[in-house]
Write a protein of this length. Sequence first.
Length: 249
Amino acid sequence: MNDGPADVTTSTARSGITLEAVRHEALGLLDGVPDGDGLDPCDAALIGLAVRAAVPTLDPDGIEEYTRRALDAGATPEQVHETVTVVSGLGVHSLMEGSRRVAAVLRARGTELSTGTLDGPLDEPRAALRTLLRGDDPYWDAFEREVPGFLDTLLRLSPEAYEAFFAYCAVPWRTGHVRGRVKELISMAADATPTHRYLPGMRLHLTNALRLGVGRRAVLETLDIATTAPEHRGVPAASPGTGPGEANR
């Protein structure tokens, strides 16, 4: 019996995702899109902050540098922190890829859940939760095309995690300090960084940005910012009496 996640995607298909492949994918989605305006300095600084605060990069010095750049370019403190909140949602990629592949292995082995089922109709509580949180919002249809099966699988494996996923992802959209189109570019950039290269998210957020009126020029400038994100070098432990930014004071 095959224990691998062959019904999700193959390891071979994922092994060749280079920065060139990311850009090629983006260019395909940009075919026929007007140039439009480029990024203004404030938006560019927020995107630069995002790719340095993203978990696959987590560059402490870069976070401080780009916070200063964003503030100097006119960003408000609320916009700066909302940018960090948006990009912190990258953690759900562990949930997306992990949940789908765990379910694939469970199905291959014929392993049953202690509550609920991986296939067949949803039980009443799960069905009600799906209706409440997902409903008929077309956003989740686009999401499903890029990450097929994730939402259903998460709901079946853990209604608690399903509810938490929707609640956390909604936070920066509810507070609304950064324009929606910029939030989509922030997310796209984080997904396109050299140490992440998460094509499902990159495609989803690029498509959403285009739907909100972003042009080709702003998308390509965002991808250029993403490629400048440094490699993850680790984060030092705190020293007594030392806090973030102490060295700069």
